[in-house]
Design a protein. Structure first.
Length: 270
């Protein structure tokens, strides 16, 4: 399946670019920073960013880190240490433990839950971390970004205080990589269960199938293996539930299939 291949490629790409992504990572409370000052072991070590976005550092006291990249933090330390403490200090800063930013992946994925962001990631990166969508998953995925409140819990699709982005995985499979959007801190990726339709009667593989967007009756029958030798494409019916009532409708090959439809292929008249 194309989606599985895309997820595998996403993992490889993430590993290849992880160094650059970490350099652009925005530090926040809870992150643990590894500070190294060359030839100065007493100034090197691990420092936890506290709730106010600062960490305690020898000689300098409180150092701001929240909302900054590791590069700007290193520059700040270098500048402040140069002011009467060290001559031309060489300072590097990296994130030792990522704890401040996270994303939720929920719904039809193999391992739903909360995942810590270790840098800039895309939709496919996040899906790969969650083990990929299950066979029951639909193609259209919701990305919900809360506009207010805490991100300690996932955002639900019916919540009003969230910006919603809809992405169809089929478009990414078809090469529209612009749809592989960047995931932000606090986002919830929700993978709904696929809507399905049924094909019965004189087709090669009658059964239940995943409904694709704007799928026609002809495409649905093709998904079921096509009409058998005894079947007719002129006597098609759709059984559809409308207002909780069962209706049987005449169908043409170009009619659009809706979720829950049962397409009936009848025997050819002799």
């Amino acid at each position: 399946m194309k989606t599985v291949l895309l997820l595998a490629l996403a993992i490889a790409a993430a590993q290849e670019s992880s160094k650059g992504e970490r350099a652009n990572y925005i530090v926040g409370p809870g992150d643990v920073l590894a500070v190294h000052v060359f030839y100065e072991p007493q100034l090197s070590g691990s420092f936890r960013v506290e709730n106010d976005g600062q960490f305690a550092y020898p000689f300098l006291g409180r150092v701001g880190a929240g909302g900054r990249t590791v590069g700007t933090i290193a520059t700040s330390l270098k500048d402040r240490l140069s002011e009467g403490y060290l001559k031309n200090p060489q300072v590097t800063v990296d994130v030792e433990q990522f704890r401040s930013q996270s994303v939720f992946v929920m719904g039809e994925v193999r391992t739903p839950g909360k995942y810590i962001l270790s840098g800039s990631i895309t939709l496919l990166d996040a899906l790969a971390q969650s083990g990929s969508p299950t066979p029951a998953a639909g193609a259209e995925i919701l990305i919900l970004h809360p506009t207010t409140g805490s991100t300690d819990a996932p955002t639900l699709p019916n919540q009003r205080d969230a910006d919603v982005t809809r992405v169809n995985l089929r478009e990414i499979e078809d090469g529209r990589l612009s749809k592989n959007v960047t995931i932000r801190d606090g986002d919830t990726i929700f993978v709904p269960k696929a809507e399905r339709f049924f094909v019965i009667g004189l087709v090669r593989n009658p059964g239940s199938y995943v409904l694709e967007r704007n799928m026609t009756v002809l495409q649905a029958i093709s998904t079921a293996g096509g009409i058998s030798e005894r079947g007719s494409n002129r006597r098609l019916k759709i059984v559809r539930i409308v207002d909780n009532k069962r209706k049987e409708l005449d169908a043409t090959p170009t009619d659009i299939v809706t979720a829950g439809d049962t397409i009936v292929v009848r025997q050819r008249l002799l």
